[in-house]
Design a protein around this ligand. Sequence first.
Ligand code: UDP
Length: 414
Amino acid sequence: MTAGMLESLATIAGRDVVEHLHQLAAPLKGMRVVHVNSTRVGGGVAEILAKLVPLKRELGIDASWEVIAGEEEFYRCTKSFHNSLQGTIAPVSDRLLRVFEETGVRNAEALRPVLQDADLVFIHDPQPAPLLRHTPNRKGKWVWRCHIDVSRPYRPTWKYLRPFLAEYDASIFSLAAFSQSLPHPEYLIPPSIDPLSEKNQELPQEEIDAVRERFGIDPMRPLLVQVSRFDRFKDPIGVIRAYRLAKTFLPYLQLVLAGGGATDDPEGNAVLAEVEEASRDDPDIHVLLLPPDAHRTINALQRAADVVLQKSLREGFGLTVSEAMWKGKPVIGGDTGGIRLQVVDHHTGFLVSTPEGAALRIRYLFSDRERLQAMGRKAREFVRENFLLTRQLREYLALMVTLTRGAGDRVELD
Ligand code: UDP
């Protein structure tokens, strides 16, 4: 099923890029590499593993993907870890910590035949972190891969988890700002988008037109789009303010705020209600509540946009930014977190801190269509070079070579 995935990627990322992957993977051929996380579906980690593992196999690496199992209390505990590592004050009871540790022991036993002999093990996020401690006589190198923003963790949670993590041979973070002090080498590998997925692949013009028509968007008038969960950190109200300010100069401007359902998130519903209230009197603001699998619709909306906004106040990475840039759109993004990696101010878009700043940039871009398009082209190339799946795979392979070839070949720079 996956044969040819690299071949297809070569048509987009370039044959040289895929050749480079083959070269990097040559010394890793036949190596047993295991990735472990806590879910096979849902969430960005599962999404990326569903692509990375088959790609590694296509490159001749004996890669596999294991998922740990736990009871309801285990997930309650790890959900608290997740929230508190991202800064929320969320103490975890001793009872739940015991469940966490027992679950680690049980899963380590179940996975022992696979883990003990693996040449390399990647443990994703905190849920499976105790596996290392309970795998005696391990043969390979173990890496902890952190996907979340741990720049300002709730200290008691970090203090509890750190001893588990300190035992690893290395760790990987998405951004330098997220790294923590650990007694081993830390590597940075930012996320990436899959250009072949439904969210990002080319779409026929008729499909884009049909999505415009379905939501009553006028194809003849300028369009701003922000795709985001209805979350205050994504600042949808700030987006509406920026749009209103810009509209005083661009009376035909339209705005789409598209986001997913928020049934299990009371704050999401509250934010959605605020957004609906703020946009009630303006038929040119389209607030769209989309189902979770509306990938092609989001793809079409991003393509229908002239300019994409991601005016977040805080942002881990912001996949929506690369998604829009890949579609040739300049992005006006909040000057925060991972958006700074993607938006090169004045080149692939603009970094802004206020609705006024965003409005100024909207006005500027629409006043010079050529410039708008040139920035969009640059944005696409910037993503091609930096934020496609192939780059993330290359960095994983380089890291795997480094870790398995030993210090003898390594050049230490410090
Ligand atoms: N997304 C989606 N439906 C929505 C809103 C967002 O499919 O209604 C997608 C979006 O296209 C992106 C991801 O969910 O791929 C959101 O990732 P991002 O890093 O931008 O933000 P997060 O939601 O993780 O804070």
